[in-house]
Ligand binder design. Structure first.
Ligand code: ATP
Ligand code: FE2
Length: 329
């Protein structure tokens, strides 16, 4: 086996088209490039066909930029990996097609990887976390994941929408634009009063639909300041997330909490997670922003790990898996 493996990974589950390059060798794993190209609209939301068109347009540029950043050529690449799922069909198809093309044209093995698991594995590579519980909070996803008895398991998840999408919808409703998460975070700092909202934890799972309906009605009534609503929304839903994460720590007996996903950029959520970890003698790990949001580096890194385990995805069997569950990977 080659002493140094280089993997080019393609991410395209939703808004982001990302190309990352990871390598492994005697000194362990390293990220050589992480190019992130985002499709955004002023109003937010996602029209799958438009996002896919963006990904098609940007694909060549992103691959070229990643190779240049890593100072390598396609000849130096040993493995091509891609996000096989879960995600939006139109978007996933672009990344998969680009990966298949590179694999066939340059005769490189192809490895399809699970997007959610890649958030966990990149955190383990880039922080000191060894066997963490991952709180994965993005636009479409809200999951508490950990590796236990030979398998990745989901210890809790949203029963309806992802926490990021919920924040984005509320932000759009109150006219503060997209992406909603960071704007709500800013307004929340000027919040003075906690307004009671539904707190929905069912067993280990969470749900945001009812909270969204409730807070939209409160805003429409005109009786509340939007700063107070943003503050209360964050306090409520983050407490729900922290509670589920804490239960997973208790259940698994693990002592490391890792954050992943765009919503994990939120400093208030980080603060609440840190407080919970301190209280129970656990450690919190937060990768830097470019590795929290969707990115190709995590796909490249998981590509290497899967390849080393023997995973090879035949082109005929490389169909996208929009509903691929973490516990089926
Ligand atoms: P996927 O769900 O497929 O992983 P995504 O397109 O939602 O992908 P991310 O980049 O992980 O990708 O997350 C975007 C989400 O993160 C948006 O909903 C955005 O509002 C939210 N977000 C970004 N920054 C913050 C923040 N500071 N506070 C809260 N939410 C944030
Ligand atoms: Fe993600």
């Amino acid at each position: 086996m080659k002493e140094r493996l280089v993997c080019l990974g393609i991410e395209s589950t939703a808004h982001t088209f990302g190309v990352g390059i990871a390598t492994t060798g005697k000194t362990g794993g390293r990220i050589l490039a992480n190019v992130i190209k985002q499709f955004t609209t002023r109003k937010g939301g996602i029209i799958p066909a438009e996002a896919a068109e963006h990904h098609v347009d940007i694909c060549d540029v992103a691959i070229t930029e990643a190779l240049a950043a890593a100072a390598i050529t396609l000849k130096d690449v040993d493995i091509v990996s891609f996000s096989q799922g879960p995600g939006i069909g139109n978007c996933l198809r672009v990344g998969a097609a680009a990966a298949r093309t590179l694999s066939l044209a340059h005769k490189k093995p192809l490895v399809g990887v699970n997007h959610c698991i890649s958030h966990l594995e990149i955190g383990k590579l880039l922080t000191a976390a060894k066997d963490p519980v991952l709180l994965y909070v993005s636009g479409a996803n809200t999951q508490v994941i950990a590796f236990e008895t030979g398998k990745y398991r989901i210890f809790g998840e949203t029963l309806d929408i992802g926490v990021g999408n919920m924040l984005d919808v509320f932000a759009r409703h109150i006219g503060i634009g997209f992406p909603g998460g960071p704007r709500i975070m800013r307004l929340a700092t000027a919040g003075k009063r906690y307004i009671e909202l539904p707190y929905v934890v069912k067993g280990m799972d969470v749900s945001f639909g009812g909270i969204l309906t409730n807070i939209k009605r409160k805003y429409d009534s005109g009786d509340y300041r939007k700063e107070d609503l943003c503050y209360s929304l964050q306090e409520t839903v983050f407490a729900m997330l922290v509670e589920t994460a804490e239960r997973a720590l208790a259940h698994t007996g693990k002592s490391e909490l890792l954050l992943g996903g765009g919503v994990a950029c939120n400093t208030r959520l980080q603060e609440m997670c840190r407080a919970m970890c301190e209280e129970r003698g656990a450690k919190l790990f937060v990768p830097e922003r470019q590795f929290l949001v969707d990115n190709g580096a995590m796909i490249a890194w998981l590509g290497i790990l899967e390849y080393l385990k023997g995973t090879r995805t035949q082109v005929e069997k490389s169909e996208i898996l929009p509903y691929w569950r973490t516990d089926e990977a």
